[in-house]
Design a protein around this ligand. Sequence first.
Ligand code: NAG
Ligand code: NAG
Ligand code: NAG
Length: 380
Amino acid sequence: MMISSSSSSSSSSCSYSYSSPPPSPLIPATILLLLCLPALFYLAPHILPPPPPPPISFPDELQDLSLFRRATTLESHQTNKPKSRLGSTNSKPKIAFMFLTNTDLHFSPLWERFFTANKSNRHLYTLYVHADPTVNPKIKIPGGVFSEDRFITTAKQTRRGTATLIAAARRLIATALLDNPNNQFFTLVSQYCIPLYSFSYFYETLFQTKTHQVAELRDLKYKSFVQIVSDDPYIWDRYNARGKNVMLPEVRFDQFRMGSQFFTLTRKHSVLVVSDRRLWKKFRLDCIKASSCYPEEHYFPTLLSMEDPNGCSGYTLTHVNWTDSVDGHPHTYYRPEVSKELIYELRRSNFSNGYMFARKFDPGCLEPLMNMADEVIFRD
Ligand SMILES: *[C@@H]1O[C@H](CO)[C@@H](O)[C@H](O)[C@H]1NC(C)=O
Ligand SMILES: *[C@@H]1O[C@H](CO)[C@@H](O)[C@H](O)[C@H]1NC(C)=O
Ligand SMILES: *[C@@H]1O[C@H](CO)[C@@H](O)[C@H](O)[C@H]1NC(C)=O
């Protein structure tokens, strides 16, 4: 009764709150305000979460889903084909290089030389570029091996600290799966990555030999190169970046992994990555804690270590220098640091394979790197 009568009363009742406040003592209120202000300034960033980055929109998500479906459907048709038919192509396996960028491709001349130095490698690689279409001015198309048709048309905005980086990598993988059945390894690099060896050396390292044909690969056990770490001091914070226990039940804490954003996956694992819906549902959620939010460093290692731990090397082929890292950024190499010795040093690793690539390099390093490309970098 009372509720209905009050709600039906005139709109003036909206201002019911403090229509006649008691006269407040002015001086104590001012002092209180002055005392509170600094505390507020100090506390606000700690209490208030940063504004959430734009989530991946529903239409974008649907478009991705249809791309991923096409890639996995095609794959299941292909693997069900009789072996003789697949083998009749007689083709050599290829490596798909997937460039993820939100700036111009500063090192395209170096990569151009990496791919084209030896003409007999022409049929052994394919290229795909995911260039953030929202960058202004628009990202330049370098030409050469980076021709316009290598820039994928489904590319979308990417933002640090969001699942958009996972989505972009999956878009690249799905595109490369669909584009060419001979793509057997899938290597993700960024615009800040450089090669440390020749293409031939990388190819032989991955396939161990050059004599295989695609049809023969099926029986061989190739591994993906992705770092998988379970004991990092920050991993608990990273696990709870979306809120406590939000990852449950899909990912238990003991299943959660940390690793490299840049990796080389086998075709089998690439299919696995684009067919996943279960983990993506959790990893796509926005973080509530920006300082622990690096979804792309967790999604791939967690998924692969849950599904096929023995099919992964557990280490990456891309050198990153985390010494003195600031705000989640690794050490960036600048022009004066570039030397023959640096290349040799970056190649060294404690794993069965040396590093094949390195990041992060400032665009100013292009000239000294080009000057030593043939004598140092591409001489194995
Ligand atoms: C060029 O590549 C072919 C096949 O990949 C290889 O046999 C040859 O040794 C390479 N040549 C040079 C100069 O590296
Ligand atoms: C890694 O970065 C640090 C500075 O952050 C530098 O002193 C060191 O030489 C770098 N290591 C290598 C192998 O380049
Ligand atoms: C290899 O491992 C040793 C001992 O743990 C370490 O001191 C060294 O820095 C590592 N080297 C590289 C290139 O990671």
